[in-house]
Design a protein around this ligand. Structure first.
Ligand code: CA
Length: 225
């Protein structure tokens, strides 16, 4: 993988790039946040290893810049030990994984390999769009009007099924089958609960509701007329 390390501690950055290179990756290091962001946007690497505490531009702003530009790179954030809030905040801000400092190089390499296995750079088919709602299959990320919306894995799957065919009406039975993989004994109540949860997260606070109920039939997602 092509990996960009954004870390201001020069010694750690050097240690990281050397270890990554030894494992067959092409790694470069940048010690400043603003430079890191421009490098990432100019030529998005497969993975960005991002320290949150940086000079120039902090890791949070960098993460935000990547999101706003829909940078396809995966991001592994480095947080200080015990900062559980930062881990949650980071994952909600679009990071794919995190590692708490101090960490062992073996652990880092394992995380990097796991992120690499998630697949190559996303294609257009991985980026679904209905009005101002965006779903990035590859990064499992959803945003509406530019704001990231955290979804549970199941909520994400329900939304993905709907967004893959905007305007098509899915019955509760079909959603149950597609998402929960039930071939019989359809749990339509669960589907209703998930639709309610998705509406709360995606539609409340917006003028135009995107998830629509077709009475007696099921649900669809589409741009309202
Ligand atoms: Ca730092």
């Amino acid at each position: 993988m092509r990996i960009l390390v954004v870390e201001d501690e020069a010694q750690l950055a050097r240690h990281l790039t050397r270890s990554l290179s030894r494992h067959g990756h092409e790694a470069t290091a940048i010690h400043d946040g603003a430079e890191g962001l421009s490098a990432a946007l100019a030529n998005p690497p497969d993975l960005i290893i991002l320290d949150l505490n940086l000079p120039g531009l902090d890791g949070w702003s960098l993460l935000k810049g990547l999101q706003e530009s829909k940078c396809p790179s995966r991001v592994l954030i480095l947080t200080a030990r015990g900062e559980i809030e930062n881990r949650v905040k980071g994952l909600n801000a679009g990071a794919d994984d995190y590692l708490s400092k101090p960490f062992s190089m073996d652990e880092l390499i394992a995380r990097v390999e796991a992120l690499g296995r998630r697949g190559a750079t996303p294609t257009a088919a991985d980026l679904l769009e209905v009005a101002d709602l965006h779903l990035d299959v590859h990064h499992r990320r959803v945003s509406r009007g530019g704001t990231t919306i955290p979804l549970s894995p199941r909520e994400f799957e329900v939304l993905q099924v709907l967004m893959e065919e905007p305007g098509r009406v899915f019955s509760r039975t079909e959603l149950s089958k597609r998402v929960w993989h039930r071939d019989h004994d359809y749990d339509t109540r669960t589907v209703e609960i998930f639709i309610t949860r998705l509406r709360k997260k995606l539609d409340s606070g917006f003028d135009l509701p995107l998830i629509q109920t077709i009475r007696g039939v099921g649900y669809t997602i589409k741009t309202p007329k």
